[in-house]
Design a protein around this ligand. Sequence first.
Ligand code: FES
Ligand code: FES
Length: 156
Amino acid sequence: MNLEFSLNGHPVTVDVPVTASLLDVVRDLGLTGTKEGCRVGVCGVCSVLVDGSPVSSCLYLAPCAAGRDVWTVEGLAASRPELARRFAELEAMQCGICTPGQVVMAAAASPDPALPEPERPGKPYLDGSLCRCTGYATILQALLGVPATEVDDARR
Ligand code: FES
Ligand code: FES
């Protein structure tokens, strides 16, 4: 089927099987920043934004993206460079496999950088993101965009 949607702010038309996952479609388009991990909706490394909400692209049928606004980590790196910069500056990763999904979660947690920072519910955005090789403290700091001293223990 022909699938038309917006990808990182640009209109895209691709011929895809009706059973294709959004994960496979974006990776086949060369956007390999979106990683494949568990493929069962548990690890969060495949997270992308669809109409502003994070979804596990491994479970998201590509035809459901028709007419929708999809953002991957590549698009967010260009439009919201402060998000990835926070992770780099805090060294909030070891292997980095989980980082793209967490950058997507950071965008979902603070969707409009022009607005004053709200009470950001950081931890719920990490509940669907598994990191096996580092702690979550610096990841949460990066996601919230605040210094370590401003991340209270309840959120760790
Ligand atoms: S690969 Fe999609 S949640 Fe793990
Ligand atoms: S940095 Fe390796 S799994 Fe998160």
